[in-house]
Design a protein around this ligand. Structure first.
Ligand code: ZN
Length: 417
């Protein structure tokens, strides 16, 4: 009997390997897809019997969920790549040079927008299906095909006066614009709390750079270090910092006590955190996003990934901006994690680039794993190294070591072929 005319047709995607993330990899696997949703997945022998009348598309690679980039600043794309800071220079020196570039450059709004759109498209081409973009300007929606973009308008205010100005900006924002704070060293406690309260009422994400550098706690607790010098140079060291003496044990403790950390908060970087901090982070249920490429570029060290995993925190991954990375490529970030933490299972690294990011963005019902009912917006990675893979372990090891995959085929391209 013919299917009713309004029944959506079923498409099968077959590949030598399907890596669903969250369940075992399937050799000679297949996905049954209807429209934008996954109907079923499993071994080809089973799926082809279950959906015999379907159109079949073949991939020669590995099918896996689309990647999630949890931290990027698309508006900085216009500055292009730069060389890493010289040995011995501080993160503040890097911020100085970035600010100098921003002040000196006479890029038009169109140029900033067009480069940002170009970088967003490159994210899509590299297999990213959703990203969290943070910026100090509000870019209009992009016209071309880009990943799903969660935009946050970032505010900062390290002095009482700058806080008042930022609070006014916040009060004037349209209700549909989501805002966030920059970092504890650049944003007063009052401003951080007010922005967080607004995100709570909006049920939106609050994403903050946290403990990227030890100078953050030096400023907050001792009123010293390179951030103090940086603020002094700008007449922006007015007594907002240091914080009240003896009240907080660490930056994470401070953020928890002023009400910033909860399940809709993403702490980005977390390089300079203690085991006690990790316990606080775990208890607060906030999300962590690591940016290994940016950390390496700026020479700030490595986040304690093993200790985070021991506390059952699966961090997401982000590229950060091209101002602090050699390239914006989630495959490169996965390869750096593999290189920096060789004992961490490849399965965990793939989960960081997929389901951890989806959870951090509240998109886990749609993205992050291949499961019945979730989005069919998967990707296929095609690379000559894959043809020799004999086991799930080999497949996963290849995925996290590719760095620059031969070819990424997106779902729409698969079904159009
Ligand atoms: Zn950043």
């Amino acid at each position: 009997m013919a299917a009713p005319a309004d029944t959506p047709s079923v498409t099968l995607l077959r590949a030598p390997w399907v890596v669903p993330v969250g369940s075992r990899a399937i050799r000679d696997g297949a996905l049954a897809v209807s429209g934008e949703r996954i109907l079923a997945l499993g071994p080809w022998a089973e799926i082809s019997l279950k959906f015999p009348q379907s159109t079949v598309h073949h991939s020669t690679g590995i099918i896996l969920p689309g990647l999630i980039n949890c931290h990027i600043h698309l508006e900085l794309s216009v500055f292009g790549s730069s060389s890493p800071p010289e040995l011995g220079s501080t993160m503040c020196d890097w911020i100085r040079s970035l600010l100098q570039k921003r002040m000196a450059a006479e890029f038009s709004e169109d140029e900033i927008y067009e480069t940002a759109e170009c970088f967003a498209k490159e994210q899509l081409v590299s297999g990213v299906v959703a990203l969290l973009d943070t910026g100090n300007s509000m870019l209009p929606a992009f016209k071309g095909e880009v990943p799903e973009i969660y935009s946050l308008f970032e505010l900062l205010g390290p002095t009482a006066q700058a806080t008042e100005i930022a609070l006014q900006t916040l009060a004037d924002l349209n209700a549909d614009i989501c805002s966030t704070g920059h970092a504890p060293y650049s944003t007063s406690p009052r401003l951080l709390q007010r922005i967080k309260q607004r995100t709570v009422s909006q049920k939106s994400i609050f994403s903050l750079h946290v403990e990227e550098n030890p100078d953050e706690s030096r400023l907050l607790f001792q009123g010293a270090g390179c951030f103090k010098e940086f603020l002094e140079e700008r007449n922006a060291f007015d007594g907002t910092f240091p914080l009240e003496k003896g009240k907080y044990h660490s930056v994470v403790d401070y953020l928890q006590k002023i009400g910033i950390l909860d399940a809709r908060t993403i702490c980005v970087h977390c390089v300079n955190i203690s085991n006690k901090d990790i316990q606080f982070l775990a208890e607060s249920k906030c999300h962590i996003c690591l940016c290994p490429g940016s950390n390496r570029f700026l020479g700030v060290g490595k986040a304690p990934l093993e200790a985070l995993l021991q506390q059952n925190i699966l961090p997401a991954l982000g590229t950060d901006s091209i101002a602090s990375n050699t390239e914006l490529n989630m495959w490169h970030e996965m390869a750096l994690i593999r290189e920096d933490y060789p004992d961490i299972a490849a399965e965990t690294i793939v989960a960081m680039a997929t389901i951890a990011g989806a959870r951090a963005l509240g998109l886990e019902k749609t993205y992050g794993t291949l499961e019945e009912g979730k989005s069919s917006n998967c990707i296929a990675v095609e690379d000559e190294k894959i043809s020799t893979a004999e086991s799930e372990k080999e497949v996963l090891d290849i995925l996290v070591s590719l760095d620059k995959p031969g070819k990424i085929v997106r779902f729409r391209e698969m079904i159009a072929a």
